[in-house]
Design a protein around this ligand. Structure first.
Ligand code: ADP
Ligand code: ZN
Ligand code: ZN
Length: 722
């Protein structure tokens, strides 16, 4: 009798025994369908054994869904490691690794991946010889610039099966099973000395685990370094994985990769249909696609021969999953590179303090690109003291003048404010009433275009009424600007200039962002208003002025990463100015012109600024000088959440030397969507201690009867404490 040890997607931190199906050999990594309570779930086989603690008649039978393991040995090992490291149930970890399609019952079918390539006749035929069949002519033409393409790639480029068949019937193309040899087009640039040094240092040992922090100022040509490293990796017959931040998936970046490695790229991101995602996932696993570019979850892509991992903008918060399985794709990337004996490159103009610390400790190789590539110069940065000055929708006169000058020179300006909507608060001038969310402890944001008040925490909406609900007066005032208000203001001042707002509200449709990027890249004078969506990865050559409307909020945030995040954001946004041949200027409006952090950043640059933050963290014993985990609870009353955490704290016992427990502490926005939130914070000098403390606390929490109104979760290496 064979018993299967099965990981089932459920919140329990254990696996379950099932009877193996009669036919076929079962292996770890295969999916099975199992009865679980009164449901049937897709589980993953962890291993086989010959006896179970359960009596035989209690064992239920599993049904096989795969003939070969869907998750290979490397991913299975990674899942076990991640479940232990993040104290997360293995069943949920494995489920996260699977593409959505494979989480369902339907068996995974190995897709055959044939490639369409030109025959000799196809190579010597010109498109215009097929003048009466323009689609066929276009496909022939297109293939003459590619080494070969899969049916998916053909489909994505608009060639349906009819066209493919017609060319095949004419003997101009044929299909082959093996991927065409590695091929690049789009000429590589001649590297400057620093770029060359970086490529050589990393490519020197492609078959060894070597984490590298590539710290390159904005516009220094990190992407070119990535591209040339990937080419080396492909030359060595291996595959590469590139992670990019969620919003960094700019059409421009993708185009650069696709031009350099035509037909060899798979893109994995949340916008893909489940089927497309599965097929790209399988192509990587079978070795059919050489380069995978994707956001956070792409870190779980299977590879046949992984030879290089690149994490662009490694400091970006989107690499950390903020709910459920709270993993960091950056940290898992380093682990995966170690397992695969390959280099991992962490690139950023504004590295995280964690990575800088690892570089300083000698764990990471530290390479720097200090100058901008090509002829671009660093922008001039100026602080604008706006205390006591008249503001129009948050913009000072000096800022408006600078914008006018920029437009007069036929250049573009970017106005940055990390707050969408028209105004972050609405108040009655007569009685002081403030529009607040019914479900959260926050003010509602005014959205004028939609005539709505919206909660940015729980998404609740209310119509925007013309009168105060308390005193019925109509003297309602907007407190402070959002991007929508800036857009109105700029349209008023610069009526002849296109104003484009780029934030989550205006880029919801798929086509919106590419359309705006296209207009910006036309180079015509225009104004861009936006949130941090504008900060990431964009290269707009004609933007020469950046105005930051209000960055004070972040500087004074209560969060221990507040300073680090503001510094990164400020540097990244400033980095959009003057990236090509024209010099750039950055104006920072502030009410705190003497703020030490702000001045450190402006006068001495990000590296010095980061060093002073590191010193501060060291003094306070905060990460990266210590390790943190948070147990969060939320409930319908604050007392219930606190009470649960207090019991867990007591059970965890005395933390011992070099470790401490803090809390329960209520979250700054305590009530969110009508749930009260509190945190228990575990801090330890080393990982082992943290792990042990967390183990105790968590095991005890697992045994507590909580009822279903209380929810709790564990977050290892959290970004925030609440
Ligand atoms: P980063 O990612 O570091 O912000 P990019 O890779 O986007 O910078 O490069 C900025 C610009 O510099 C791009 O237009 C790129 O084509 C150009 N560039 C990069 N490397 C070189 C080089 N070696 N010579 C000339 N131009 C370069
Ligand atoms: Zn009122
Ligand atoms: Zn709310």
């Amino acid at each position: 009798m064979t018993i299967l040890d099965v990981a089932v997607p459920c919140p329990l931190r254990r696996s379950f025994d099932y009877l193996a199906p009669d036919s076929g050999e079962m292996k770890a990594g295969m999916r099975v369908l199992v009865p679980f309570g009164n449901r049937r779930l897709v589980g993953v086989v962890l291993g086989c054994k010959d006896h179970s603690e359960l009596p035989a008649h209690k064992l239920k039978a599993a049904t096989a869904l795969d003939n070969t393991p869907t998750l290979n040995r490397e991913l299975m090992k990674l899942a076990r490691w991640a479940a232990a490291y993040y104290h997360h149930p293995i069943g949920e970890v494995l489920q996260q690794m699977l593409p959505v399609r494979l989480r369902r019952e339907k068996a995974a079918q190995e897709k055959s991946h044939s490639y369409f390539v030109l025959t000799d006749a196809g190579r010597s035929t010109k498109g215009d010889e097929l003048a009466r069949a323009p689609r066929q002519a276009a496909l022939l033409d297109w293939l003459q610039h590619q080494q070969g393409a899969t049916r998916d790639a053909l489909k994505q480029n608009g060639y349906d099966y009819g066209v493919i068949k017609a060319l095949r019937d004419k003997g101009l193309i044929t299909s082959v099973q093996e991927p065409p040899a590695h091929y690049t087009s789009g000429e590589p640039l001649t590297l400057n000395a620093e770029q060359r040094k970086a490529v050589d240092a990393i490519a020197a040992e492609l078959n060894r685990f070597q984490p590298t922090l590539l710290e390159g100022v904005t516009g220094s040509g990190k992407t070119e370094v990535y591209l040339q490293l990937i080419a080396r990796c492909l030359d060595a017959g291996q595959q590469a994985l590139v992670l990019i931040p969620e919003i960094g998936l700019t059409p421009q970046t993708l185009k650069r990769f696709e031009q350099r490695f035509p037909g060899q790229i798979s893109v994995l991101h949340s916008g893909l249909a489940d089927g497309e995602r599965l097929s790209d996932w399988q192509r990587a696993g079978s070795g059919a696609s050489q380069v995978v570019i994707g956001t956070r979850s792409a870190i779980f892509t299977p590879f046949r021969q992984l030879g290089l991992i690149i994490i662009d903008e490694e400091h970006d918060a989107s690499y950390k999953q903020q709910d459920g399985f709270r993993y960091s794709a950056r940290d898992i990337a380093v682990k995966r590179a170690a397992d695969n004996h390959c280099p991992v490159v962490l690139g950023s103009a504004t590295p995280s303090l964690e990575s800088l610390y690892n570089a300083q400790a000698g764990k990471y190789l530290h390479l720097q690109l200090r100058t901008r590539a090509g002829n671009a110069k660093p922008p001039a940065v100026k602080l604008l003291d706006i205390r006591n000055s008249a503001l129009d929708s948050g913009l000072g006169e000096a800022s408006l003048n600078a914008i006018a000058d920029t437009l007069a020179k036929k250049e573009q300006a970017l106005i940055f404010l990390n707050r969408r909507g028209f105004s972050p608060a609405l108040q009655c001038h007569c009685c002081g009433w403030l529009a607040q969310c019914d479900n959260c402890d926050v003010s509602l944001t005014v959205h004028i275009g939609r005539r709505e008040l919206r909660c940015h925490h729980c998404d609740a909406k209310k119509p925007l009424a013309p009168h105060c609900p308390q005193c019925h007066n109509s003297e309602l005032q907007f407190k402070g600007p959002g991007t929508e208000r800036l857009e109105h203001c700029l349209k008023r001042h610069f009526a002849d200039t296109p104003v484009m707002r780029i934030d989550r509200d205006t880029t919801a449709g798929k086509a919106a962002m590419p359309r705006m990027v296209k207009q910006i890249n036309s180079g015509e004078p225009c104004l861009l208003v936006g949130t941090q969506m504008l900060a990431k990865g964009h290269h707009f050559p004609n933007v020469t002025l950046v105005v930051m409307v209000d960055i004070d909020g972040g500087l004074f945030s209560a969060d221990f990463r507040g300073g680090e995040r503001s510094g990164q954001l400020l540097t990244q946004v400033a980095g959009r100015a003057g990236r090509a041949n024209k010099p750039g200027t950055v104006l920072i409006q502030t009410h705190a012109p003497d703020h030490p952090i702000l001045n450190a950043l402006i006068n001495h640059g990000y590296p010095a600024f980061a060093n002073s933050l590191l010193q501060e963290r060291s003094t306070l014993g905060l990460p990266p000088y210590s390790h943190v985990a948070v147990i969060r609870a939320d409930a319908t009353t604050l007392a219930a959440a606190d009470d649960f955490l207090r019991q867990v704290r007591e059970a965890a016992g005395m933390p011992g030397n070099g470790a401490q427990l803090m809390g329960p502490l209520p979250a700054p926005v305590t009530r969110k969507a009508n749930r009260y939130r509190s945190s228990l914070i575990l801090i330890a000098d080393n990982r082992k201690q943290l792990h042990r403390l967390l183990q105790h606390a968590r095991q005890y929490a697992d045994t507590l009867k909580t009822g279903h109104t209380l929810r709790w979760s564990v977050d290892v290496d959290p970004l925030d404490w609440f």
